[in-house]
Design a protein around this ligand. Structure first.
Ligand code: ADP
Length: 191
């Protein structure tokens, strides 16, 4: 199995690139952000629980992630692995993912980060706010999401780097240029 974690701050382009990578290498694409948005839209009990957290730009509590992930993973058939998008976001989630993957006799193969500076991220997210109207894309909430990323998610770089599983790529340029660079790195991990 080839299990990829797409890593980076909000607005880095993880969603766009992980869908392309999942398509090319036949990986199951799992976006925890998309899952939460769908739960909110459908007003499920989980959706109602997480609405205000997400609208503030805070992270959903770790314990709500693992069952959600298990369910999402079991929905795929005939894949070569997974492309995780927006997960893990904390060290606790990364450890839970390792346990989950070990149960399947597998593990995280590679964590691939998209690098974009904070000013460009804020610009992209405000632009997306106008196009998609996501409630967490206001200037104030964006600033909080970036802060949360720096405080709670960035420590994962060290966690995966120590295991020789971390690589980063430039997240600016055209979608296809970035995709080509990511594919090169992915292929260096496929034997
Ligand atoms: P972005 O990468 O643009 O911030 P996502 O779509 O990945 O957006 O996530 C949107 C929101 O959903 C996050 O700000 C957070 O509140 C919640 N969320 C998504 N994934 C996780 C996760 N793994 N752990 C905790 N909260 C999450």
């Amino acid at each position: 199995m080839f299990n990829l974690v797409l890593f980076g701050p909000p607005g880095a382009g993880k969603g766009t690139q992980s869908i392309k990578i999942a398509g090319k290498y036949k990986l199951g694409h799992i976006s925890t952000g998309d899952i939460f948005r769908s739960e909110i839209k459908n007003k499920t009990p989980l959706g109602l629980k997480v609405t205000s957290i997400i609208e503030k730009g805070e992270l959903v509590p770790d314990e709500l992630l693992i069952d959600l992930l298990k369910n999402a993973m079991h929905k795929f058939e005939e894949i070569n692995g997974f492309a995780f998008d927006g997960f893990p976001r904390t060290i606790k989630q990364a450890k839970d993912l390792d346990i989950l993957m070990a149960e399947e006799g597998s593990g995280v193969t590679l964590t691939l980060a998209l690098e974009v500076d904070d000013d460009e991220l804020a610009r992209r997210l405000l632009n997306r706010a106008q196009l998609e109207g996501r409630k967490d894309d206001t200037a104030e909430v964006i600033a909080n999401r970036l802060k949360v990323y720096h405080q709670q998610t960035k420590p994962l770089i060290d966690f995966y780097d120590k295991q020789g599983k971390f690589k980063s790529a430039n997240g600016t340029g055209s979608i296809d240029e970035i995709f080509a660079e990511l594919c090169k790195i992915v292929e260096s991990y496929i034997d």
